[in-house]
Every structure is written in C-alpha cells, then in structure tokens.
Design a protein around this ligand. Structure first.
Ligand code: WTA
Length: 663
C-alpha cells in the first residue's frame, strides 16, 4: 500500500503531477482489490453470456411483493418492459426493509446547512416522516399516477417528498433549485402536475432568497396545479392563497403515522425529469419502478464498492439533477448507505468547507463533478491539505469529461494516491451509470470512463453505423438495460426520433462523440447535438436563444458552447439588436437578467458578442458550426454556402476585440 505521502503544494506539486502525466494506467492497490466486492473480471463474461440472468440476479437483491413473470419483454422495441408482472415499492425498498431488519438506528443522512446547522436522520426517522408526508399528499387528493412537482433546495424534506411520492405511486417531477420560477412553471405545465412542493426561501452563500413568492408571481393562472405545499425552511414570510396553499409541517403533523406502501407494477412510472435536448422545449424523461431501482442499486453498490456498515458516502451533486435522484436518493437508500447531504456551495463559508465535511463525517466515498475539482485546483492544495482526509478510500466523477490534469490532482491531493477513481459516464436518459471502472478490477486511464458496466453493450459507430476503433465516432448502446428511459412524457414521437431512428429501433443513440481505444477503453468527448454542458449543467443552445430573444431589444440570437478551462463549456451568445440599437454593457446585463429569469442564473451567457447579422445559409438557417469555429479561434470551415460571407469578417473582429478586453 502507498504510504501517506508528504502533503505538497505549489511548484513542488506541479512537478509531481507532471511526473504522473507519464503514467498510463493506475491499478487498484492490492489492498483495495483484496477487500473489494467485485475483484474477479469473470463478472464481465458472466453478464455477457446471459445479460437477462445478470440483471435478474440484481433485481433479486430488492424486495418484491410479487416476483416478475418475465425479465425482459422486448417484443416491441424500443418500448422495452422489464420485470413484467412483478410488483414492488421503491420507498419500501429504501426504508421499511432496512428498519424491519433491525437497522432503523443507522444514519441515512448527515445533513449540514450552510451556517453549520446539523441534522442527523436515521432510517427509522426517515420512514416515519415519509409515511406522514405520503398520507398528507393523499389528503390533498393525490392518487397513483398523479404528478407531483418538487422545487426544493438541498434540505432533507426533498428526500422525504420524493419517497412519499414513490410510496403512493405518484410520479414526481423535481426541478433543480437553480432553475427560475418561470422554468418551474413550464415544467409543471408540461407535466400537468397537480401539486407542487416548494419552500419559503433558500440559502445560497449567506444570502436567503424568497422562493415561494417568486413561484406565486408566475404560477397564478396555471389551472392544472391545484395545491402548493410550502416547507418552512428559512423563516421567510410568504403569501399563502387560501384553498390552494398549505404549510408542509402543518399537514405532515396532522397526518396519520402509518401509510402502507402501495404494491406497484414494475413498469409504474416513478418520475419524470426534464432535461435539455436539441430544441428549446425540455424533454420529460420518464423512468419506471422495477428496472430503474435495479439499475441504480446495482451500480451504486458495485461502482462505489459500497460497504453499508462502514462507509460514509457523499455525492456532492444537487438532488434536482439525475445524479441526485439516482445517487443521493434511490441508489444509496436502496443499499442502506449512510450519506452526507450538504446544503451549500463548495466555497461558502470558505473554500475548505468540502474537506471540512469529509473530516467531520469521516467520508469514505466522494462523488462529484470535474468542474468542482477544477475549481479546487485553482483555489490551491492548501485548502484540502488543511484537513484530515484519511477516511477517504474511493473517489468518483460524473457529468463531463475530466481532463487528465484535474484527474491527477484529484488522485494525488484528495486521494493521496491511495484511492481508485471511478469516472462514470451516463445520462438522465440512462438512469444509471453505464460506462465506468469497477474499482477493484479496472486499471484506470485518466480521462477515460473505461468500460461498460457488466451487462451493458456500448459501441462507437461511424456515420454508416459500423463499429469503429481508434477514431472519433458516435456513442451508441446496443442492448436494452433495466434503468433506461421508457419514453419522453407525452412526446412519444420525439422519443423515437431522437434516440431510435438513426440506427434503428434496437440501437440507442446517445448524442455523444466518443473514441474506443486499442484496449477497449471508451473516451467520451462531448455532445454532438446542440446541448452544452456548463459546470456539469446540461442546457440546450435553443433554450438559451429563446430566452435571449425574449429581451425586448433583441432581434436575433445564436448560442454556442465554447471550450472553457473552468466550467468545461461556456455559453457564448451572438446577438443582433433591434433596428439601429447599439449594444453596450447595460444591454449585456439586461440580456443576462432575462436569461436568469427565464431559465436560471446558471444559464447566463459568459460572453455576448454583438452582430449586425448572423451567418446564415441561403435558406436562412444559422450556421452555428461557423460561430463555434470563430469562438474557438479555428480556421473557418466552408463558407461558400453562406448568404453573405462578409458577416464572418465582422464577427471575427468582434470576437478578437472582446478577447483583447478580457485579457
Ligand atoms: C456528459 C449526467 C464524459 C455526456 C449524469 C452526457 C460525461 C451528458 C460523463 C449527460 C463522463 C456525463 N465523461 N462526459 N463521465 N458523464 N457526461 O443528462 O455528454 O445531465 O451525454 O446526466 O453529460 O448529462 P446529464
């Protein structure tokens, strides 16, 4: 085993990281391998020989009220059905069965608030609160199949609300707390949510912002939304409309303590989660009960090598994204894990707060986004070096490609060269991790998500749908898997066209470019559609464009993702104003404010470039490819199809001017 190295920083660290750049593969230590849940590579062959039997074995780890008749019904691709005839309840699997087995006293969450407040929630307490909340929802008229919206910050009630929905078979529709009220409204409208659970106010870096009042400003005329439940979290006074609005604590306290879990069909909808696609309208990804829970529980156990009796696990994502759904809530709870839940940002009250949390709760497994790691690299090794990180034994990343430098820093400064790193590739659509190392088996290569999880079949295709190696192509998944999306909510045609048209109904088109190397390792490069990934937040360029043109002075806008050292990609907007308006700093601020209002602050463009005209084809289609070339300073591609090639000169000039100003 590697001995605890001297903690280094500054130039010395740079030198040591530089030396590591030459290491091609990182093997798990003999000690890690010895104790790992999976250490025999034969597991891959076992799953490959009979994928259905492999997944059935994973499903068998869950509690079923009625066992399934058939593992996979693939009679009508891509409308796959898993574990048909089976009945189960997700909240029963996440709570009751642990309590019944005598583990009710185990901590489910160590919650920590921004100001240092703490709440420790055991499995028994969580079960009690979930039952009451489920009864309270029933009391509001929520029936199986009714959609419940959830717009909450990182407080324990968000977990309670999700599990209460799962208990009574009401699919939830969680909206990330960073989205604006307008974006929430849109998602409530599309999903026809009957109830919305929200909060009085939310804390962010020492400031409390009103949430319920913002929601009220936009929700008034939405007739499908019958009730709003308000969690009192920060004591922010808010207006309550009689007959519609109720306080969470009041209805939960008044509710009966016992709510038996509803036995639900394996294909009963568990949740809808809106994510960005190629158009401005978000896609409602639909996940169901049995297959989803099987996928998240199995991957959470094996990818994180979880030992629920001794590990303390921390996924530092927000519960409002799929990572939070699968790896803060459902996977960890199904496996009886003890987790940390942190309310705030990584740099408040100071840049060492993450490492303080790790020391405080003896975190052994940390799962976070490369963006966060890059920020920590920038802030300096002094922050983590000031804390005892010896409890850590495994590290993970998700959400975007990780650059080797950040990977090595994570490996050395956080993992002290002792912890394997699992770079996990997956999507909202896949529900669970798809390409990943198994930490006791796989030798990792910095920047590669390595290999498909057992039972998953991934390939890289060329344009003609032939498998290719050693060259960039389109990532596809060639076989159904239990946690796959079932459809896009109320948009079946879009589901088929987006994922199962290009290469036929049995091949799932991911939307990412990737390369498969000579050892069969996958290197995911990034999106090939108009989806951008800013700090691990998935956004569509069309969505941002439509927000920008809502600004009264804007005539037209084109948005692209530009490579960015800190955030992975940054949003750059090329904007044409109305008439003869001249754009300046105040217009830029106005546009950013409009985007914040329509989508959320995280979607604000980093750069806004004024354009008299945008590069268009003769049929009027904006050529974003050329804008990307300009923004990244590349040689311009073919411009002959442009209606007016002269516009490119002006834009190139403007980009150069802006860059000069920035440096
Ligand atoms: C990207 C997040 C490289 C990818 C779980 C994918 C990654 C999109 C990785 C999905 C990774 C996610 N390496 N790229 N390890 N993980 N991505 O739906 O482009 O928010 O298609 O799900 O993130 O983003 P989503």
């Amino acid at each position: 085993m590697a001995t605890h190295p001297e903690l280094v920083s500054g130039e010395e660290l740079e030198r040591e990281l530089g030396a590591l750049l030459d290491v091609e593969r990182f093997e798990p230590s003999a000690e890690f391998r010895e104790r790992a849940l999976l250490k025999d590579p034969a597991i891959y062959e076992e799953a490959e020989r009979d994928p259905e039997a492999w997944w059935a074995k994973q499903a068998g780890e869950l509690h079923w009220f009625r066992r399934w008749d058939r593992v996979l019904d693939d009679s009508n691709p891509p409308f796959y059905r898993w574990f048909t005839g089976g009945q189960l309840n997700v909240s029963y699997n996440c709570l009751d069965r642990h309590v019944e087995a005598g583990r009710g006293g185990r901590v489910a969450f160590h919650w920590r608030g921004e100001e240092g407040e703490e709440r420790e929630i055991t499995y028994a307490q969580l079960l009690e609160e979930v039952q009451r909340a489920a009864n309270a929802l029933k009391g509001l008229g929520v029936r199986p199949g009714d959609v419940v919206g959830i717009y909450l910050p990182m407080i324990p009630e968000v977990v309670v609300a999700m599990l209460a929905c799962a208990r009574i078979g009401a699919p939830h529709n969680v909206v990330f707390g960073g989205f604006s009220a307008e974006a929430v409204r849109e998602r409530m409208e599309f999903s026809e949510a009957k109830v919305l659970i929200t909060v009085d106010g939310a804390a962010r870096k020492g400031r409390t912002t009103p949430v319920k009042d913002r929601v009220d400003e936009v929700m008034g005329d939405l007739t499908t939304l019958q009730r709003i439940v308000v969690v009192r979290s920060k004591g922010v006074p808010c207006g309550m409309r009689a007959g519609r609005d109720v306080y969470y604590d009041e209805i939960v306290e008044a509710a009966a303590a016992v709510c038996p879990p509803e036995p639900l069909d394996a294909e009963h909808p568990l949740y809808i989660l809106y994510t960005s696609g190629s158009t401005a309208k978000p896609k409602g990804i639909l996940h169901t009960t049995g297959g989803y829970l099987t996928g998240v529980a199995a991957t959470h156990r094996y990818v994180f090598d979880l030992k629920p009796e001794s590990d303390v696990y921390w996924c530092a994502a927000d519960v409002g994204w799929v990572t939070g759904h699968s790896y803060i809530v459902y996977g960890p709870l199904a496996n009886g894990a003890t987790s940390v839940m942190w309310e705030g940002a990584p740099d408040y009250p100071n840049r060492g707060v993450w490492w303080e949390n790790i020391e405080r709760y003896h975190v052994s497994i940390l799962y976070c986004a490369p963006t966060a790691i890059r920020a920590c690299v920038k802030w300096g090794a002094e922050w983590p070096n000031g804390h005892d990180l010896s409890s850590l034994r495994l590290l993970g990343t998700v959400g975007e490609p990780i650059n080797p430098k950040a990977w090595l820093w994570y490996h050395k400064v956080i993992g002290h060269e002792r912890c394997p790193i699992v770079d996990t590739w997956w999507q909202t659509e896949t529900g669970a991790i798809m390409i990943t190392p198994l930490p006791g088996i796989t030798a990792t290569k910095p920047g590669s998500a390595t290999q498909p999880f057992p039972g998953v079949k991934a390939e890289v295709y060329n344009e003609r749908g032939e498998g290719v190696r050693d060259t960039q192509g389109l990532l596809v998944l060639r076989r159904p898997w239990p946690s796959m999306l079932r459809t896009l909510y109320k948009e079946q045609e879009r589901f088929l066209a987006g994922y199962f048209e290009r290469f036929g109904r049995e091949t799932y088109l991911v939307g990412d470019a990737a390369r498969l190397d000579e050892d069969g390792y996958f290197w995911v490069i990034g999106r090939v559609d108009d989806v951008v990934n800013v700090s691990g937040h998935r956004l569509s360029t069309a969505e941002v464009e439509s927000a920008i043109v809502a600004h009264p002075e804007v005539a037209e806008a084109a948005v692209i993702g530009q490579h960015d050292e800190d955030t992975g990609q940054a949003i750059v907007a090329f904007v044409t104003l109305q008439g003869d308006l001249e754009g300046g700093e105040s217009e830029r601020e106005g546009i950013r404010a409009t985007v914040a209002e329509r989508i959320g602050k995280f979607a604000r463009p980093k750069r806004i470039i004024w354009a008299d005209d945008l590069p268009k084809t003769r049929s009027g289609k904006i050529m974003r490819r050329l804008l990307r070339d300009i923004a990244e300073g590349r040689e311009l591609g073919d411009v002959t199809t442009l209606r007016d090639p002269v516009v490119m000169d002006q834009l190139e000039q403007r980009v150069k001017e802006l860059q000069a100003q920035e440096t």
